[in-house]
Design a protein around this ligand. Structure first.
Ligand code: GUN
Length: 292
């Protein structure tokens, strides 16, 4: 078993981003600028957004956090999105999900100018991704592709079983792994909570990408010996033994799956760190007008 080390790879790529950000500052007189909107005080969202902002500063980007009370109206939020769309000094805009129930996430996602949609959630970016056109790729799938690329893992012709069909991870991941690109060129099965024979499906996977949001869901009896296992799980549980007050669990039963896998990502220290890298790369590409 070999570890796909998100800490090592993300630090290496962030150094490259920092060099490019410094070049951008020298030639344009400004830093790449990411704006994040956070509604309410969901514990997970707070942590993820704080990490995004901190990493922006680390690589020499400007970052701005706009906070709203959980009771903010949809109208007020949409108005702010429109205002930021018009701001030439902003390269990327993300609205952290999930949003409170009274706000339609589809409306918010579509309101973001696709040229600033560094989360890659806008239908224009997803549509362009389908067609292999320049676009912002959703940060987590993008980060996973960068990780596979960094370890020069050959995915051609392999059977990739994606577990979970979310708009944010599973669905875009399945498209990327099937694309005629490198990494890519896989035969993909997109499985989910309603898949029958999920265990048998997973056992056929040369690559398993677990993004179902359930602690230790992928057990050793579901994994073919020698498989590559990518764990997207970020399952938070309160804990009295950690400083932060919570502990993070993946979707994979790491202790029992690791010994039979060829490559595996740990949680924490795996995909989560790569997600940030995907977001930073999209923001830099936006500032440099590389996509639009
Ligand atoms: N919630 C969970 N993951 C993400 C993400 O990548 N972007 C946003 N905006 N919200 C999320």
């Amino acid at each position: 078993m070999k570890l796909l080390d998100g800490k090592f790879v993300s630090e290496k790529i962030k150094q490259e981003i920092a060099v490019e950000a410094a070049d951008f500052l020298a030639t344009s007189g400004r830093k790449p600028h990411l704006v994040a909107i956070l509604v309410g005080n969901d514990g997970g969202s707070e942590t993820y957004v704080a990490s995004k902002m901190k990493n922006c500063e680390k690589v020499g980007f400007k970052s701005s956090l706009i906070r709203y009370d959980v009771n903010v109206t949809e109208e007020e939020l949409l108005q702010k999105v429109k205002e930021i769309n018009q701001d030439a000094g902003v390269d990327g805009l993300i609205v952290q999900l999930p949003l409170p129930k009274h706000i339609d996430p589809e409306k918010v996602t579509e309101a973001i100018d696709h040229r600033k949609d560094v989360d890659g959630f806008h239908p224009i970016n997803l549509g362009r991704m389908m067609r292999n056109l320049p676009c912002f790729i959703p940060a987590t799938p993008y980060g996973i592709m960068l990780m596979l690329q960094s370890y020069q893992i050959d995915t051609v012709g392999k059977h990739c079983v994606v577990v979970g069909r979310s708009n944010i991870v599973g669905s875009p991941m399945s498209i990327l792994m099937a694309r005629n690109a490198n990494p890519g060129n896989c035969t993909v099965s997109l499985t989910h909570s309603r898949t029958t024979n999920l265990k048998e499906m997973c056992l056929q996977g040369d690559i398993i990408i677990a993004a179902i949001g359930k602690k230790n869901f992928i057990t050793a009896d579901m994994v073919k010996p020698g498989a590559i296992v990518i764990d997207v799980g970020m399952n938070r549980e309160t804990s009295t033994t950690t400083k932060s007050g919570y502990k993070l669990y993946g979707d994979v039963d790491f202790d029992n799956v690791a010994p039979i896998s060829s490559w595996i990502t740990p949680v924490p220290g795996g995909v989560g760190l790569m997600t940030i890298v995907g977001l930073l790369k999209n923001t830099l590409a936006s500032a440099k007008k590389e996509i639009y």
